[in-house]
Structures are given as structure tokens and as C-alpha cells.
Design a protein around this ligand. Structure first.
Ligand code: SAM
Length: 238
């Protein structure tokens, strides 16, 4: 189902970087075929954005009071652990990397988790079709660093993206971004000096062992093994 959607709507799945690292195993291909439609919200998002019904928005599951999005969840370690620990919270995991999407989809089915939905589209499309002030929290754990100067423009975090996040987050909600890249950290710090940034409270810290968001994902672990600091940027809407 995912592959049919990607063929029909290639523009909405496009982003910089890899989408499939290795051929999907027969097990993951079967999981996609049998379960992606049920667990994903791609079709709902595509119906809204491709019809250009700007006023129409994706309706979040009203049986949950709290909605959390994780963007670029990779192998899904943090997303899955959170959804298992907080059964009363609704999670939407957004990831364009198909192998990661498949691994997490399989775990959702195996563990029978009913509080996660997946989205395989570029997260900009997902965010654009959500109601304003509807999301409690957004996690972005170690976004692709794009270390080369000529690739800085590919970085997910920029002024417009932060404004979009601000619109979608509820009052009292927050955005948590971690990175092990000192260059990405400086890039975010520069953006956050802009007077037009809407978030009322901005906190920047380095994480230590034992902190809730330290050592929680594959890419963080890689950074820690290399002796890098893990930076946390927390943006709160009052
Ligand atoms: C460096 S990896 C980090 C993965 C994971 N969070 C971790 O820390 O192990 C960044 C991830 O973000 C995903 N990504 C990048 N741009 C994205 C976008 N526009 N929408 C959704 N996912 C995106 C990539 O596919 C990749 O898996």
C-alpha cells in the first residue's frame, strides 16, 4: 500500500537523503502489504493535501486527550518505548526511511499497540494538515545533521519550520530537539536568536547520563560512543 501511494504521490514523499537502505525482507514486505493501511495515516493526509482542501484538517483520535508526534524516529526505539509506557497518550510517528517504518510497523503489530499511528510522508505535509494548537509535544531526536556547508539548507530545523511547529502546538506544549552535532547545535542557536521566533520559552542544555532524553536512540548512542555531547533544545509555548 505504501509503495502504491509513493508511486501515485511521489512529491509528498520526497525529501533529501536515503529512503531505503537495503531491500526489505519478505517479512517486512508482508507486514507493509497487510498492515500499513490500518496503522498509517498517509492516505488521510494525502486526501487532504492533494485535494488542496486547505480548510479540511486531519482529525486526531478524540479518545485520547494527549497527542505527541515524533519526527524522524529512525529505528523507533524512543517512539515505541514511549507508547508502551504511556497507553493513554496518542503517538504519531513520522519517518520517510522505509526500513525504519517497516521495523516499527512490525513491532506495533507484534505488540498489539493501539496508541500509535505512522506517517511515511515528509513531515511538512503531516504538520500542514493538522489543526492549529492541537499537539501537546513534538520530539525530533537527532535530525539528519547535514554537516557540509553546501548542505545546510537541507536541515530540517529552520525559521519557517519552527513557526509551523509553533502554530501546531497547544499552549503549554513543547518541542524537544536533541543533537550530537555541534554544528547543528550552533545552527539552531543562531536561528533561535531571531526576534521573530514565537516560542515564549527557549532552553538549551547538554544532557548527561540519567537524563530522560539521554541515550534513547540509535543515532544518539553513536554520538555518545564517539564522545560527543548531546544537546537538547526545548521550545515551550506558554
Ligand atoms: C539521523 S536520523 C535519526 C533517527 C533517530 N531519531 C535516531 O536518533 O536514531 C534522522 C531521521 O529523520 C528522518 N527524516 C529526515 N527528514 C525527514 C522528514 N522531512 N520527514 C520525516 N522524517 C525525516 C530520516 O529518514 C532519518 O531516519
Amino acid at each position: 500500500m505504501l509503495f502504491k501511494l509513493k508511486e501515485s504521490f511521489p512529491a509528498y514523499y520526497r525529501y533529501y537523503g536515503r529512503r531505503i537502505a537495503k531491500k526489505l525482507s519478505p517479512t517486512l514486505s508482508t507486514v507493509f502489504e497487510n498492515s500499513y493501511k490500518k496503522i498509517s495515516i498517509d492516505q488521510n493526509v494525502l486526501d487532504i493535501i492533494s485535494n488542496k482542501k486547505i480548510s479540511k484538517k486531519y482529525i486526531l483520535n478524540k479518545t485520547f486527550n494527549k497527542h505527541i508526534i515524533e519526527i524522524g524516529f529512525g529505528d523507533g526505539d524512543h517512539l515505541l518505548a514511549q507508547s508502551i509506557a504511556n497507553k493513554d497518550v496518542h503517538y504519531i510517528g513520522c519517518e520517510v526511511f522505509v526500513n525504519g517504518l517497516g521495523k516499527v510497523l512490525k513491532k506495533i503489530i507484534d505488540l498489539n499497540l493501539d496508541n500509535i499511528k505512522l506517517c511515511g510522508l515528509n513531515c511538512l505535509h503531516l504538520l500542514n494538515c493538522l489543526e492549529d494548537s492541537s499537539i501537546d509535544q513534538v520530539f525530533i531526536i537527532n535530525p539528519d545533521p547535514w554537516e557540509k556547508k553546501r548542505h545546510f539548507k537541507r536541515r530540517l530545523i529552520n525559521k519557517d519550520f519552527i513557526s509551523l511547529l509553533y502554530k501546531k502546538i497547544k499552549s503549554g506544549g513543547n518541542i524537544m530537539i536533541t543533537t550530537d552535532s555541534s554544528s547543528y547545535y550552533s545552527h539552531m542557536s543562531e536561528i533561535l536568536k531571531n526576534k521573530e521566533i514565537e516560542f515564549e520559552k527557549i532552553e538549551i542544555n547538554s544532557l548527561s547520563p540519567g537524563d530522560r532524553l539521554y541515550d534513547i536512540s540509535k543515532y544518539q548512542k553513536k554520538g555518545i560512543d564517539k564522545g560527543r555531547k548531546i544537546h537538547l533544545v526545548e521550545l515551550s509555548k506558554i
